[in-house]
Design a protein around this ligand. Structure first.
Ligand SMILES: NC(=[NH2+])NCCC[C@H](N)C(=O)O
Length: 485
C-alpha cells in the first residue's frame, strides 16, 4: 500500500469506481489557468485565424495527399471534403469547450472536468498521438522536402540508408530526426514562434500552394478524372481517414483563448474561418494535382507535388521555390506542435498522472526534462517509422480524442447548464452527436493494422494508468480536493 499523508488517513481510500470517475471541478481548472499565467490579451480574429491555419497546413497537404491518391483515385477530392466535415463538427465542439475551460491541457482537461479521471487519461494518452506522433510524421515529411530541395539545387541526394527507417528499406531517417532535435534545442533555448513569425509562415505556405494550383491547373485534363471513384466509396472513406491528419491543428487556436482580446466573439469565427480556408486550399490542390497527373502515377510515392510542377512547366525553378517553402513551413509546424505536446504533458504531470519531472521548470521557466524526454522519443519515432503509419496513428488517436470532446459538450450541457459559455455549438445536441458519429465512421474506415497499433497503444496507456497514475493522482494525494463528484 502507498504511504498516506496524515490528512488522508482519516478518509478511507477511494474505491476503484470512485477513482476512475473522479472529476476535476471546472472551477479548479479555470483557477489553475488564471493563477499567475501572466498572459496578455493581445490577439484578435486575424491572429487567432493565423494560428489555426499555421498549425494545420503541413505534411498532410504537402506529402500525405500523394499517399492518399492511390487509395481513392481522383475522388481524393471527396475524401478531403469528408475529413473536413468531420473536423468541422469537432472544431465547433472545441470552440464551446475552449470558451468555457481555457486550459492548456485542452481536450484532456475538458475530459477531466466532464467524464472523470479515467477518460481524461485515455484522452491525454490519445493526444500524445495527436501531438507527439504527429510531430514525427511532420518531421518525416520535412525530410522528404529537404532531400528534394537538395536534389533539385545540387543534384545530390543523401544515401538511401539515411533517408528512411528499416521498414522502408533504409537504416535510419536522419533528416527527420534532425529537424525534431533542432526544434528541441530551440525550445530549450526558450525560442517560441511569435505570432508574427507564424503569420509569415502562413503567408509562405499559402503562397506556394496557390502557386501550385495556378501552375498545375493549366495542365488539368478531363480524362484524368475518369473513372472518378475507381475504388468506390470504401476508397474515399479510407483516404478520408488518412487525410484527417491534414486537418488536425485548428485546435491550436483554442489553446490561445487566454491570450485573445475577445475570445467569445473571435475564437469561433477564427476556427470556422481557418476550417473554410484550409478546406478550400486542400480541395483546390487535390483537384489540380489529380487533374494534371493521372492518379495511377501517384502510386508508391513516386510523385511529389514539386515533381508535378517540374513536369508541367519543364523547368525545375518552380519546384525549387515550392520545396523551399515546404521546408520552412514544415519546420515551423514541428516546432509549434512539439511545444504543445510538452504543455499537455505538463498539465498531466501537474495532475500527478505522470511523473513530476514533466512539470519541473528550470530557471528560465522551460520544462527542461520534459522537453528533452519528449523530443528524444519523437526523434526516435521519426528516425525509424515511415510517414504512412505515423499519420494513420495520429489520425485514429485524434479522431478518438475529438469524439470525446463532442461527448464532453453533451455532458456539460446536461450537468452544468449554469456555466457561462463564450460560444455555444450551434444545433446541439444534434451536432455533437453527429460529430461523434463522423469520427467513429472515419475510425472504422481505417485498416486492421492501424487498429492493432491503436489497441497496443491503448493497452500500454492502461497499464501505466492502473500501475502508476491512479494512485498518484493529485485528486487522491491532495486532501483539499473533493474526491467524489
Ligand atoms: N496537433 C497538431 N497540430 N498536429 C500537427 C498536425 C499535422 C498537420 N495537420 C499537417 O498536415 O502537417
Amino acid at each position: 500500500m502507498d504511504q498516506k499523508t496524515p490528512a488522508q488517513v482519516s478518509a478511507a481510500a477511494p474505491t476503484l469506481g470512485q477513482r476512475l470517475s473522479r472529476r476535476k471541478p471546472v472551477e479548479k481548472l479555470v483557477a489553475e489557468t488564471e493563477s499567475g499565467n501572466g498572459l496578455r490579451r493581445t490577439m484578435g480574429f486575424w491572429q487567432l485565424s493565423m494560428i489555426g491555419i499555421g498549425a494545420t497546413l503541413g505534411t498532410g497537404i504537402f506529402v500525405v495527399l500523394g499517399e492518399a491518391v492511390p487509395i481513392a483515385g481522383p475522388a481524393v477530392i471527396l475524401a478531403f471534403v469528408l475529413a473536413g466535415v468531420t473536423a468541422l463538427f469537432s472544431a465547433l465542439a472545441y470552440a464551446e469547450m475552449a470558451g468555457m475551460i481555457p486550459a492548456s491541457g485542452s481536450a484532456y482537461s475538458y475530459s477531466y472536468a466532464t467524464m472523470g479521471e479515467f477518460m481524461a487519461w485515455v484522452c491525454g494518452w490519445c493526444l500524445m498521438l495527436t501531438y507527439g506522433v504527429s510531430v514525427a510524421a511532420v518531421g518525416v515529411g520535412w525530410g522528404q522536402y529537404i532531400n528534394e530541395l537538395l536534389q533539385l539545387t545540387t543534384g545530390l541526394s543523401l544515401p538511401g540508408a539515411f533517408l528512411a527507417g528499416p521498414l522502408e528499406g533504409g537504416v535510419i531517417n536522419v533528416p527527420a530526426a534532425i529537424v525534431v532535435l533542432l526544434s528541441m534545442f530551440a525550445l530549450l533555448a526558450g525560442v517560441r514562434e511569435s505570432t508574427r513569425v507564424n503569420a509569415v509562415m502562413v503567408a509562405i505556405k499559402v503562397a506556394v500552394l496557390v502557386m501550385f494550383v495556378a501552375i498545375a491547373i493549366t495542365a488539368v485534363q478531363d480524362g484524368n478524372f475518369a473513372p472518378f471513384m475507381p475504388m468506390g466509396m470504401a476508397g474515399v472513406s479510407a483516404a478520408g481517414a488518412t487525410l484527417f491528419f491534414s486537418y488536425i491543428g485548428f485546435d491550436s487556436a483554442s489553446t490561445a483563448s487566454e491570450e485573445a482580446k475577445n475570445p467569445q466573439r473571435d475564437l469561433p469565427r477564427a476556427i470556422m474561418f481557418s476550417m473554410i480556408v484550409v478546406t478550400a486550399i486542400y480541395c483546390l490542390v487535390a483537384f489540380s494535382a489529380v487533374g494534371a497527373l493521372n492518379w495511377e502515377l501517384f502510386a508508391e510515392g513516386q510523385t511529389s507535388l514539386a515533381g508535378i510542377l517540374t513536369v508541367v512547366t519543364g523547368t525545375p525553378i518552380w519546384a525549387v521555390i515550392f520545396a523551399a517553402g515546404a521546408v520552412l513551413a514544415l519546420a515551423s509546424v514541428v516546432l509549434v506542435v512539439l511545444y504543445s505536446q510538452t504543455r499537455i504533458l505538463f498539465a498531466m504531470s501537474r495532475d500527478g498522472l505522470i511523473p513530476k519531472a514533466f512539470s519541473k521548470v528550470d530557471a528560465k521557466g522551460t520544462p527542461r526534462t520534459n522537453t528533452i524526454i519528449t523530443s528524444v522519443f519523437i526523434a526516435l519515432l521519426a528516425a525509424l517509422i515511415p510517414l504512412g503509419p505515423l499519420a494513420d496513428a495520429t489520425a485514429i488517436g485524434t479522431l478518438f480524442a475529438f469524439a470525446l470532446v463532442n461527448v464532453a459538450v453533451l455532458v456539460l450541457r446536461r450537468n452544468r447548464p449554469d456555466l457561462k459559455r463564450a460560444f455555444r455549438m450551434p444545433g446541439a445536441p444534434l451536432t455533437p452527436v453527429l460529430g461523434v458519429l463522423a469520427c467513429a465512421y472515419l475510425m472504422f474506415s481505417m485498416s486492421l493494422s492501424v487498429w492493432i497499433a491503436f489497441g497496443v497503444w491503448l493497452a500500454v496507456g492502461l497499464a501505466i494508468y492502473f500501475g502508476y497514475s491512479m494512485r498518484r493522482s493529485a485528486l487522491e494525494t491532495e486532501p483539499t480536493v473533493e474526491v467524489r463528484s
